[in-house]
Design a binder for this molecule. Structure first.
Ligand code: IPM
Ligand code: MG
Length: 360
């Protein structure tokens, strides 16, 4: 029986609305082709809304009532958040941060897959070399605890924000990573940390070791984050599945995005398995490009595919993924960078590919 999915849309700042618009065209086409329907609820939050409702004088960031309501949906598709007209981090933390941390979206799933050799900035690396999934912890670490300043601005100033981990937070992300590794042909899982310098990350070392005993089929290894960055560039083929902390995951997945062809194509899921989850491109809001119809929406289209998979629409998800893959392998695509193809032209090209598959 056809299901109706309740999807919240938070297009956000900058290029967010433009890329989300193309993502929604692809979602509509997928629902025509496959047996599901959906209802959308739009949320206006982001910097414009904050400014329009008072900005520094009590502007709305993400009111608790709307936040609770959004979480009643099956999933949320987010465009981008961040704008230089607001204080650094205020809206990002208040919207994306709130959803991740208070919403319990404890997995940040970031697939890194190269579709064609010509999109890889690394010499002689092919799609066979770049095919991995990075699982980033999403609710702890230096992100979530308030910063502390003493003697602010003074000569003895100190500033701190703890890298703090709980057993529950560590164990659930590591366990999820083992589950993902089990679904992949190579069944290899790398723990990425900096436990030699940040001794608090010993908790990752121990919990990884404990959980690994339950998954004897998974081959495990380990890399410090600095070395992992080096390997990502030098030998990306070494990675299959990797699990890491929130901050390191943030950093290494931007590097991974470049290796797979750039921010234009990299998508992510902020997941609470089996529950309300959020899907988004990993790029930012590109304020200068706002409204210009130059942003590449493929990352958002890929996020829509991840969202459909989460909703159990595996066929639709796979159809979108392979349409994008075929498109990126074709010579119709002249480049992935902003402006080579317009945002709407990208949408047209993905739709054409999706429809061609049905009519084939
Ligand atoms: C990301 C972004 C966010 C993060 C920002 C916007 C706070 O860079 O999703 O990777 O650091 O997590
Ligand atoms: Mg980031």
């Amino acid at each position: 029986m056809s299901k109706t999915h309740k999807i919240a849309i938070l297009a956000g700042d900058g290029i967010g609305p433009e890329v989300v618009q193309e993502g929604l065209r692809v979602l509509a086409a997928a629902s025509d082709q496959f047996d599901f329907s959906y209802e959308l609820t739009d949320y206006p939050y982001g910097t414009d809304h904050w400014l329009a409702t008072g900005g520094e004088n009590g502007g709305e960031i993400f009111p608790d009532e709307a936040f609770a309501e959004a979480q009643q949906h099956d999933a949320l598709l987010l465009g981008a958040i961040g704008d230089p007209r607001a204080p650094v981090g205020l809206i990002e933390r208040g919207v994306i941060g709130k959803l991740r941390w208070e919403g319990g979206l404890y997995i940040n799933l970031r697939p890194i897959k190269l579709s064609a050799e010509r999109w890889c900035p690394l010499k002689d690396k092919t799609p066979a070399d770049v095919d991995m999934v990075i699982i980033r912890e999403n609710t702890e670490d230096a992100y979530v605890f308030p910063p502390e300043f003493t003697d602010k601005g003074g000569p003895n100033e100190t500033a701190s924000q703890p890298m703090k981990y709980t057993r529950m937070g560590t164990e659930r992300v590591i366990r999820y990573a083992f589950e993902v590794a089990m679904t992949r042909p190579r069944k290899q899982l790398t723990l990425i940390d900096k436990a030699n310098a940040v001794r608090a990350q010993d908790i990752y070392t121990r919990v990884f070791d404990e959980v690994s005993k339950e998954y004897p089929e998974v081959k495990t290894d380990h890399a410090y984050i600095d070395a992992a960055c080096m390997w990502m560039v030098k030998n990306p083929e070494w990675f299959d599945t990797a699990v890491t902390t929130n901050l390191f995951g943030d950093i290494i997945t931007d590097l991974g995005a470049m290796v797979q062809g750039g921010m234009g194509v990299a998508a992510s899921g902020n997941i609470n398995p089996g529950h309300f989850s959020l899907f988004e491109p990993i790029h930012g809001s590109m304020p200068k490009a706002t409204g210009k119809n130059t942003a590449n929406p493929v990352a958002t289209v890929n996020a829509v595919a991840m969202m459909l998979e989460h909703l159990g629409e595996n066929e639709a998800a796979a159809a979108i993924e392979s349409a994008v893959e075929r498109l990126l392998q074709s010579d119709r695509v002249k480049g992935l960078k902003a402006g080579v193809h317009s945002t709407s032209e990208w949408g047209d090209m993905v739709l054409a590919e999706l429809n061609a598959a049905v009519n084939a």
